[in-house]
Design a protein around this ligand. Sequence first.
Ligand code: FES
Ligand code: FE
Length: 405
Amino acid sequence: MKDQESQVADIGSLIAAQKAGYALAQPFYLSDAIFAQDVDRVFYQEWQLAGHVSEIPDAGDYILFEMMRESVIVVRGDDGKVRALANVCRHRGSRVCIEPRGNTKRFTCPYHAWAFNLDGSLFNARMLGQDHDRSKLGLKSVAVEVFHGLIYVSLSDAPASFDHLRVDLDPVLAPFGLARTRIAHRESYPVQANWKLLVENYNECYHCTAAHPEFARSHATHMAAERVAPLNEQMLARSKAAGVPTDFVDCIGSLRPTGSPDYAYNRYSLFDGYFTGSEDGAPLAPLLGDITAYDSGASDVYVGILNPMLIYCDHALIYRFVPVDKDTSIQEIIWLVHEDAQEGRDYDLTRLKWLWDVTTIADKQIIEKNQAGVNSRFYEPGPFVEMEAYTQRFIAAYLATLTTN
Ligand code: FES
Ligand code: FE
């Protein structure tokens, strides 16, 4: 086996050599040079979920979004606007905001006490000569988009536009009222694997029958397309009656419109007896948004490639795939419920999180075994099956990102 780094001397050739319909070559998982590219071209470019508006309802409320070397303050201003500011002091670069969340009138750097307003502008710089233009010494702005209550940031200087995505996804997301939800729970699952193996695994249900008996008995996505189709047909009538959108926004085979983040929406049926993603099929929480009844379906939603969403009638989940280093990642799940839902009265947290907790623990185990095999000198990329179409779609989007940014 050739040394990983010598194989990636020319990443372009490696991408060109990538066989369509096959898993990625080993250097994409093991090379430090490719991981550095991943950080620069994926994690410092793509839109990523930073939080939900319910986390910062009032002026001065803030949360930190941290990604590799970067830290961003997401704050609600006195004018009610959500802004994202680089958490890097304009004096000598210290982190300005240390607490991961809180409320403040302004941000004061812990090093020499320069102070910044909620919009990032410089409020005070002790003893700084009058010859400096204070208007040029504010915290730098980071791109931010609030989309159905979800706060996305991009660390890019020229982030992809949300315009296409808003036009296509607005109508299918609106009835779920995600802006009127709140975070019921969030959990981080550390995984000893390259981040791409986490995303690849999330995007296919070929493994679900064997790895996820809890999921497979309630969700139909692990079966062949011809067996799923009749179930989805029956669901469509229920969805229409309940006000659940069923128009697919499916970009398989046609990746993102130029200059747009990748996005998709589709809905599929659960098995008979399952209203939602619960252990026994029973409802878990009050219905979301304007949904009037259970259609016994689940929606897959993509806003960018890093934060897939799953929306049932009564709760939603958002995934965050966070790299720690080349060989370590974090899979985080955020559970959303209706903003009025109270734990204990309207839902039981143990029941709410049960399915995706057991499923994600099982995923951690299979992904780590996947990484172990990929590390081997005997690893050779094999062919995908049809049920892995979304994983192939991710790989195509990923390779395009490495090529075009
Ligand atoms: Fe922030 Fe000096 S580095 S005040
Ligand atoms: Fe899985």
